[in-house]
Design a protein around this ligand. Structure first.
Ligand SMILES: *[C@@H]1O[C@H](CO)[C@@H](O)[C@H](O)[C@H]1NC(C)=O
Ligand SMILES: *[C@@H]1O[C@H](CO)[C@@H](O)[C@H](O)[C@H]1NC(C)=O
Length: 356
């Protein structure tokens, strides 16, 4: 094995391992199907079933929602009302910009600076929901989610979130007991994830939004939490669409910008993009490989200039001629490419000698 090639491959392997290590959670998220924690439809009593009463309900009967002020836009009034009407015995809290900030100031002053520093209001709306769940417990529902049936069966799990397709979990409907270890970890890590990622959409997703939550969740479940600290996952069919589903959806997310459409497009074409990614990596890898070969060749020629005298004095075909030395350290693939142009004779010589 040629040492040059070996070193080159080793360096590449090292870089690859470093990259994979940094994005390993993201990569593993792609193949995480949440099956181990899924709430199975068989364990969910049907609406109005007497079985509902028999399970101890541990999540407090509180519904949290957020909006910037108390004037809910017309499009969401019906959704909001459907949840309130179905749950007359639940406490209902609408967190506005003002009450959210008051809550953080009073209960989590260490977070106030980060909270105020968020560039996008949606980041505050995202983060406040984790804090109120960690503090009071209850169920958080986005304003554009209406209720299709009573949420009582979901009160029997210590914590739950909703599965999203193709990957991860979302933060638009979640429930938790107060001080649940998962949400405690979430609020703890918010500051660490408060970074900018060029595109507003990615910044929001990865600093406070569903991607942030999914990454924390993926790392959390790798520790095999106990029954009480488990986060159960509401699967898409139980989320909405069917008569037994819990929610109805009213309108699309209100805050997505142009870059979001681009990212949705990327999401829809991820196979193609992954293929392109590999192709690009291969091309870049080959270019690096080629450059590396050229540099070695250059080095060999450079050294030759200084040893010319000695090789003239004792001319030997098997001593240290530059092309031979370069050949020894240069990857086989590159030899012909590099020698062809300026040393056509060397190439044929090389090809003739290949047996030894
Ligand atoms: C459950 O009960 C409510 C009111 O008692 C009723 O309006 C609703 O249709 C019932 N749902 C089912 C699926 O039976
Ligand atoms: C809430 O915000 C909307 C839109 O910015 C505004 O029209 C409305 O007057 C505000 N409501 C209150 C109670 O301040």
């Amino acid at each position: 094995m040629q040492r040059g090639l070996f070193v080159f491959l080793l360096i590449n392997l090292f870089i690859l391992i470093l990259l994979v290590r940094n994005v390993s959670t993201l990569l593993s998220l792609l193949v995480e199907d949440a099956a181990a924690d899924a709430i199975h439809r068989a364990e969910l009593p049907s609406p109005n079933s007497s079985l509902i009463e028999q399970h101890p309900q541990i999540i407090p009967k509180i519904i949290h929602q957020t909006y910037k002020n108390e004037t809910i836009p017309e499009v969401w009034v019906n959704a909001q009302q459907s949840c309130i009407d179905l749950h007359p015995d639940y406490e209902y809290i609408l967190w506005t910009d003002e009450t959210s900030r008051e809550f953080i100031t009073a209960k989590y002053p260490w977070f106030l600076e980060t909270f105020d520093g968020y560039k996008y209001p949606i980041q505050r709306a995202d983060s406040i929901r984790y804090f109120v769940l960690a503090h009071y417990g209850g169920i958080y529902i986005d304003l554009d989610d209406g209720c299709n049936r009573r949420l009582d069966p979901l009160l029997t799990y210590p914590a739950w979130a909703r599965r999203t397709v193709p990957t991860g979990i979302s933060n638009d409907a979640m429930g938790s007991v107060p001080q649940h270890p998962f949400f405690l970890r979430v609020i703890e890590l918010l500051q660490q994830y408060d970074r900018h990622w060029l595109l507003p959409y990615i910044t929001v997703m990865y600093s406070t939004g569903p991607l942030f939550l999914s990454v924390i969740w993926k790392e959390y479940i790798q520790d095999y939490p106990s029954e009480m600290s488990r986060v159960r996952i509401l699967m898409p069919d139980e989320y909405k669409k069917y008569s037994w589903s819990f929610f109805t959806h009213h309108t699309g997310n209100s805050w997505h910008g142009k870059d979001a459409h681009f990212i949705f497009w990327m999401g829809q074409h991820w196979m193609f993009l992954t293929f392109c990614g590999f192709l690009l990596a291969a091309v870049v890898g080959f270019c690096l490989f080629w450059t590396y070969g050229r540099i070695l060749l250059l080095g060999a020629q450079y050294r030759y200039r200084y040893s010319k005298v000695s090789s003239i004095i004792s001319p030997s075909r098997f001593s240290s001629s530059p092309s031979r030395r370069a050949r020894r350290i240069m990857p086989i693939l590159l030899r012909r490419v590099s020698f062809k142009r300026d040393e056509a004779t060397e190439t044929s010589f090389e090809l003739g000698l290949r047996d030894d």
